[in-house]
Design a protein around this ligand. Sequence first.
Ligand code: NAP
Length: 484
Amino acid sequence: MVARIIPVDPFDLVIFGGTGDLARRKILPGLYRRLADGQMPPEARVVGAARSEIDDAGFRELVREALVEFIPDDVLDAETMDRFLALLHYVQIDAVGETGWNELKQQMRPGVVHVFYFSVGPSLFGPIAERLKHRGIADSDSRIVVEKPFGKDLASARELNESLACHFDETQIYRIDHYLGKETVQNLMAVRFGNMLFEPLWNSQYVDHIQITVAETVGVGGRGEYYDRSGAMRDMVQNHLLQLLCLIAMEPPARYDSDAVRDEKLKVIRALDAVAPDDIVRGQYAEGPDGPGYLEDVGNPRSRTECFLAMRLGVSNWRWAGTPFYLRTGKRLKARASEIAIVFKEAPHSIFDVPRGRHSNILSIRLQPNEGMQLGVTIKEPGPGGMRLIDVPLDMSFAEALGEQAEDIPDAYERLIMDVIRGNQTLFMRGDEVEAAWAWTDPVIAGWEARGHVPSRYDQGSSGPDDALMLLHRDGRRWREIRP
Ligand code: NAP
């Protein structure tokens, strides 16, 4: 079964920061794959815009090198590469200066979709938006894409929103959270709202608790200085993990359209409880045989920034009152694994004379690696010897269930860029959502800062600090194993 690819309309896509890491690693390779699959039309034009003194030929060479580096050899082919490079142009521009804007204007063709991707630091969002609008390069049909981090607190997020809102309507602004572009994340909505099976059970009466884990094996790498000013709460929880929580917790929207979905997500964020200090565990990986610790990595021996965070959250509404959500994310953990697990309650009474507390259904949704879903069900252990129960997975890994079609699943960035061209905002965060998320985040951070909290140390390659295990143990629950 091969997925039907519907080409998008012809477009001009300007990538501010076209020479940067994100453009080279994700955006441009993603576009290449969409061209190779026939989704990006041959009339498309991609314009790199940055300060580097290069021309079209220099940009094409830079992109050629990026494609060779970031696309597997068996996917890259010379003919598609040439077709792709021929669509590329470059304009030397300073986001905060006056040069280059006329040249950029000349690149924009009438009658095609115009998209401006701000793959630059947030301090440049306002200056770029202003110049695009005042110089008549963007109009009321143009779309802009902005990258994370969208602010570092409520005040800065508001400021950013305002700096964009001066020049663009909310329907033109696409705030990327690439977690929302993942196939399984969308499948989560399909499973919830496309089946009768789960939705009646999707509430505190039947769900014991929910775990969301995003574990990384890498440390802070070369981003030490940035990361140390941010930490796991701002870098991961406020955006990615909260967005996942919203998709699990939201009420069924009336339609699968951008405002209906985003309205429901917003209600969830507004229903989040404040988090008690006892319900938060913060950590930093210690120096170990595998490498330097967090403090050495960020070059700040007194840092109190967390690179591990686990917390217990409550959602105060009729559906979820009493069902905790446990969130956990961290660096240098034992495996790279992102998973959402819906842990259902035990059957109310066991007729099998087996101890209580052993068997409950778990729906696990795996975001990476090996995107897929698994439903754990309890069955009889085969063979003679009476009624003994075991839990086995009903597996639905995309690769097995969908064969060839699963191999063609586009990367999150590819899908999201194509959504921008199609004008579909469903998988992008709306301004009020981002602000509501910061409004919840700010007091939590202010709380631990006021207490002078010092993060716990944890071993590299572990599951995080021991206190994080206690967060569940004290509730009579346990974390799921972090498995690759
Ligand atoms: P980067 O590697 O530092 O690239 C920054 C880009 O911006 C370069 O192309 C740079 O080119 C250009 N630039 C800087 N100042 C400019 C100016 N005044 N006028 C015009 N162009 C300017 O950063 P990045 O990693 O690609 O990240 C870009 C944005 O995406 C950031 O907001 C980052 O937080 C976000 N992001 C990145 C990643 C990632 O994996 N890299 C992931 C998520 C979000 P010149 O120096 O030639 O001007």
